[in-house]
Design a protein around this ligand. Sequence first.
Ligand code: C2O
Ligand code: CU
Length: 653
Amino acid sequence: MFLWVHYTDMVIALLAVPAAVAALWAAMRLPASPGTGPSRMWRLLFGLLLGGAALRVVAALLLLRDGWDFAGPRLVFVVPALVVIAAGYGVWVRPMLRSPAGEGRVAAWPGDYWAAMVAAGVVLVASAAQLVGTGGAAVTGVGVLGIAAVGSVWRRARWCRRSAGRWWRTAAKGALGAALAAAVLVGWSTASQLPARSSMTGSPVDTGGSTIGHAHHGGISVTTLTGTDTAGVPARRFTLTAQAATVELDSGQRVEAWTFNGVTPGPQLRVRQGDLVEVTLVNQLPGVGVTLHWHGVDVPNAMDGVAGVTQDAVPPGGRFVYRFRATQVGTYWYHSHEMSSVQVRRGLFGALVVLPADAPEQSDAVDETVLRHTWIDEDGVASLGVTTGAQRRQVPAGRQVRLRLVNTDGNPATFTLTGAPLRVVAIDGTDVHEPNVLHGVRILVGGGSRYDLAFTMPDQPVVLRADGPTIVYSPDGNAGPGRESPAPALLDPARYGTPAATPFGAASHVDRRFTLRVDERLGFYDGRPAVRYTLNNRSFPDVPMLMVAPGDLVEVTYVNRSGQHHPMHLHGHHMLVLSRDGRPTSGSPWWVDTLDVGPGETYRVAFRADNPGIWMDHCHNLEHAANGMILHLGYAGITTPFQTGHGTANHPE
Ligand code: C2O
Ligand code: CU
């Protein structure tokens, strides 16, 4: 039901603008002599607009349950449009249709053309409201009404062209052009731009001021938030050098990749819980900055690696040293957070695995990270590592196998495992509590998420499929993927595993509550036409910060009213999922750092604000982030000296 509403809304919005333009055009071209009725085409267009507007009213009413600020813009523009269109139909089209020869008494009266054109103009306003967004909509609407009015004048001018024809027409054409240009320009300038911004303005209260504005005097800089236990000699040291390299996939395709140390995925970093980790990032990329973000690891804010928020992007030839203590066991990944929609796609990522402190030094267990990546763009070729086809692995029967699945893309990917009883032992790095045994599994792994599977190797092949590429594990190493068996049941992480105590839950006292409605619309973003991705109808950098104080229990409700998946990723914190679509989660505590919010879904999550800083909260479909789906979680009194946007070196999105 919801999707139907959403798509109807979108499709009609898309159709309504050309239809309204065509209607205006047709109206202006109507023969002026009395006795000629409206053409069938014109009547058709009119009916289309009327039906379209009605559908959008229904859609807006259905969306009203999300609150007025969400459905309101649709209603405010569509309802008047509907009224005007209905009136237009009553006084103009209907009499026309009723008259036997298709000729109407009223057709001779120029005022009717006025009415028709104003009606079409109002529909245009409604559509523009939806397409451009609430901010620019009103102004665009005025511009469009202006066009309608000028069109009427023009029409009228033709009507009496014998007396003042030429002058009128020239003037009207000029005015029409000017109104059109004004409407476009206003729509353009009110659309989000990305000027240079730094730290936060806005008082550090509840929903806060603007995203990252200018620094408070006397605030604590993010650069000082380096952690309390990060002095001393690191247990593990790594150097990751960002460099360009040509990578050849097994399909023969060559990719001009950006890599760490010449390989992509980058080197796997394996550390132990409690280790002090030091990673030196060296940038040898041609002409672009780079950073390192530790996705899912709740590092101190200064080490978070977000260009323009926690550091400046490391320029070509530069270096930056990251230091953090690996406190959380589990599967994580790292990637650049400068131009991330481009850089991650091009290969600047790798796996980070934190093993338990007591994990044996030597073990014959198989422990493999499986990073699924799509090259070039979302429609490009999917691979595991650099292999797009089937890989074979030899694993003796009886061995323990752990597969750490990572989806480095934005869209969810379906992984299936068949051939062995297994458990899903961890999600987003956090162990599942008492996971039950499954006989084969299908998992929708959202963008940026990780799922760990564990099984004992049987004496038959085990097949891992990842929406294209596959890996076959078999005792002799020769088995192929075989026929695709019937798909196993889809894992529901909200119901999997067994409940356990959590530090807080649905019944806990909540200090701050936020609702984030994720949506999309056509419009302008950063000065170019784009599908704009919005949070509460706004796009970065105009989305207010979520302001918290240390110690707060924060509840966030993610409401997806778009037709796409949005894997919402909060930096620096892990979120406990409380409910989905109003139904409480009932399995193991489900902790996430990246939550795939599907079309029409609503999730309630909670987290403890225990890691002061300025933290990105964004869609990990990085193309969406690059088109506005970013906001920040801010702690009162903390500021950043860094800037993002045009004229700076930092473009974290
Ligand atoms: Cu994996 Cu903000 O990123
Ligand atoms: Cu998204």
